[in-house]
Every structure is written in C-alpha cells, then in structure tokens.
Ligand binder design. Sequence first.
Ligand code: TMP
Length: 208
Amino acid sequence: MFITIEGIDGSGKSTQTRILEETIKDIAGCDCTLVTREPGGWEGGQALRDLIIKEHFLHSWTEALLFVADRCEHVTRVILPALHQNKIVLCERYNDSTIAYQVWGRGLPEDEVRRLIKTAGLPEPDITFWLDVDVEKALEHISKRGEPDRIESDRELLERISEGYRSLWKKEPERIRRIDAKGTMDETARNIKVELDRIKKMLKFAEK
Ligand code: TMP
C-alpha cells in the first residue's frame, strides 16, 4: 500500500502524516508502516534536498530534473523495498508535487513533465491525501517556523500551486482525496480519519 500526502508548504503535512501513521497502525493492528518524504528521503538524499531547496537555478528544467532524480533513488532504495516487504508506505510529497510546483508553479509544460515521470518508471500511489489549506493560513505557519525558503516566501507562487493541486484532484478524484485542512490540526486529523473510513474497503491492509 503506497499512500502519499500532498499540499502546499505550510499545509501541515508532517504533523498529519504522523497522526495518520498512528491511525493506520491502529486499523491495521501492526507496526508495519514506513514514513518517508521527498525530496531527500534516502540515505545521501539530504545533500540533494539542501541543494534543490536553497539554490536558485538558471535553467527552467534543472529543478524538475533534480526532483525526479531524487525520486528515482528514493523509489529504488526506500519505497519499493518497503512495498515488497508488505509495508504501508506513507510518503510526504511525490509526483503530484512535481506537477503542482513545476508545472502550475513554474510554468513547465505538463505533457513533458508527465512524460519525464513516465520515462523514469515511477510507481503510482494507491491513494493520495491532498491537504487543502488557505494560502493565508499556510503563510502564517511558514512564518512561525522561521526563515522561509525561496518557494515558501512567494505568495503568488503558492496560489498557483494550490490551483494546481485542485486541478489534479478534479482529474483524479478516486486516487486523490481532498482533505479540508482549513481548521485546526485536530479538525484536519478528523477529516482524514473520515476519508480513511470511507475508503477502508479499498485499502489492502483493512482486509487483514
Ligand atoms: P517540503 O519542505 O514540504 O518537504 O518540500 C520541499 C520543497 O520542495 C517544497 O517547497 C516543495 C518543493 N517540491 C517541488 O517543488 N517539487 C517536487 O517534486 C517536490 C517533491 C518538492
């Protein structure tokens, strides 16, 4: 079972992923989850993460290629081995981030980016939780965390990325589940739980 958690910066992904992990462990009745994230969720990936997040690239494709390169290693070294061990993989950010950020945010052509992802042979998530949050609220979270990075500090960019997620959700409402993340942390966690109950039947681990 491969689950991804998506949303703009400051949408509360890390907190909700931790809560989701506990909920899934309760439902599945086992300690069988693997929590990871992109970029940089593999051994050696931190250096690549630091580079991608901090650097200002001049060529329009550099950022997208680096995110996909990072994903190739992450999938091969971490995600697929865990799935082969029948683990439930919870991954913060994945292909949808590349479409939302590099296509909707940066303006790269969607077909080409999708082709790149397809060429890399990356597996599709079974389910994706998209945390739908107001940009205003996300910016508040970001400013509380400290110095924002180059993506986090750009309000218009975050607005476009948010629209990108909405469009992805509308195209694939079965895989991408929209979670209202506009309220408190507890309310968002409850909304995820409701969605989880709704899709329980299709979740492979629920059959155990
Ligand atoms: P994080 O801080 O949420 O882990 O993500 C790091 C930043 O990288 C965040 O601003 C989103 C961005 N990002 C992309 O632009 N494209 C991608 O494919 C991924 C995985 C992340």
